[in-house]
Design a protein around this ligand. Structure first.
Ligand code: ZN
Length: 362
């Protein structure tokens, strides 16, 4: 759709829900402005198992969702009457976990006669940089948003690594994606190889800060593939063998672990930068690069990708730190853009028929 400043003056009150993985989150937004963003994290419980256990996540979503919802309404239940739309992630994600949020959202829409907005979680990550604080301040103004397209989006999380061509809001074409592991997953897996606990990715990026580039080298994956796809499983295997080799030599871990993490991070960043450059060069008409997803919790990755984008004189739009990992506020902003396009459902039977779609794609 073609956005205009006029259209963006409409600012409905939106309640948004996400239970696609291991966080139960509910947010309240006025247009792009986040009034409240609440989240119940399950990470500590899952870390005991070394990863997200879908059954356990489902049980915890069911236990926590009511409380998170109440908090999002400032513990003022009557507030729901003022809400204009109910939005929820329908996919991608873990099927039995998506179901909890979907059912909760459907019940609200039915009980309070609210229009319903099904949201693609990846569209949420794509537009997470558009969120504004409750004073209406943020990185991207209405003027800039209207003028942002066509654009490229680089989305990197624990489950997804993809480059998407964004013709305009609602018109997407996937240019490339990972053929095996996602970048976030690769970081967590190498964290496991190094016994850094779960999730190990953030520790790997922290340790990399203390390491020296070039001491331990890994080959940049898919460097010369010529396409825009990614692959991290070979890099993960190389890291596994390298760590075995170093251990077998009897070198104490503290002497190499920082350089090891540095080398791993350099290879991932290198692969991302190469693909992004290629995408931009193949599409010289783009004006903006949007990024989103938990991998950008690493300020270094955010900065290096940003330097690449700016070297082409393009706008670089990235989310605030609290909206990089999964959250319901980003589902709300995606819902908002859908509402402006008239993409919402009012018919009760139609709402009831909406199903979760674990493999939903942009
Ligand atoms: Zn996500």
């Amino acid at each position: 759709m073609v956005l205009t400043k006029e259209i963006l003056k409409e600012k409905p009150l939106i309640l948004a829900i996400d239970t696609s993985c291991d966080d139960t989150s509910v947010a309240l937004l006025r247009g792009r402005e986040v009034l409240n963003s609440e989240l119940s994290s399950q990470i500590e419980l899952h870390s005991e198992f070394g990863g997200v256990v879908p059954d356990l996540a489902r049980r915890l979503h069911e236990e926590n969702i009511e409380e998170v919802y109440n908090k999002a309404l400032n513990n003022n239940p009557g507030m729901i009457n003022n809400v204009d739309y109910i939005a929820v992630t329908t996919g991608p994600g873990l099927a039995i976990d998506l179901e909890v949020g979907l059912k909760f959202a459907k019940d609200l829409a039915d009980r309070y006669n609210k229009p319903f907005v099904p949201v693609n979680h990846m569209e949420g990550h794509l537009f997470s940089s558009l969120l504004l604080n409750s004073k209406g301040n943020g990185l991207v103004s209405d003027e800039e948003l209207v003028d942002a397209f066509p654009a490229i989006a680089l989305l990197m999380s624990g489950k997804h690594t993809e480059i998407v061509y964004v013709e305009s809001i609602g018109e997407y074409k996937k240019l490339g994606q990972t053929l095996d592991d996602a970048a976030g997953e690769a970081f967590d897996k190498v964290g496991r190889v190094l016994n850094l606990g779960y999730p190990g990715g953030p520790v790997v990026t922290e340790f990399a800060k203390r390491g020296k580039s070039g001491v331990i080298k890994f080959t940049t994956p898919m460097k010369n593939s010529g396409d825009l796809n990614f692959s991290y499983s070979g890099l993960k295997t190389a890291a596994l063998y390298k760590s075995k080799e170093l251990r077998e030599k009897g070198i104490p871990e503290r002497e190499w672990i920082y350089d090891f993490c540095r080398g791993f991070l350099d290879a991932v960043v290198d692969s991302v930068v190469i693909k992004l450059q290629l995408a931009i060069e193949k599409h010289p008409e783009v004006k903006t690069v949007f990024v989103g997803g938990g991998v950008f919790n690493s300020e270094e990755i955010l900065r290096k990708v940003g330097n690449t984008v700016r070297s082409y004189n393009l706008n670089y739009y990235f989310p605030e730190i609290e909206y990089r990992s999964d959250n319901a506020a980003m589902i709300g902003v995606s819902a908002y853009l859908n509402i402006l396009q008239g993409k919402y459902i009012t018919d009760k039977d139609e709402i009831e028929e909406i199903d979760r779609d674990p493999r939903l794609s942009l």
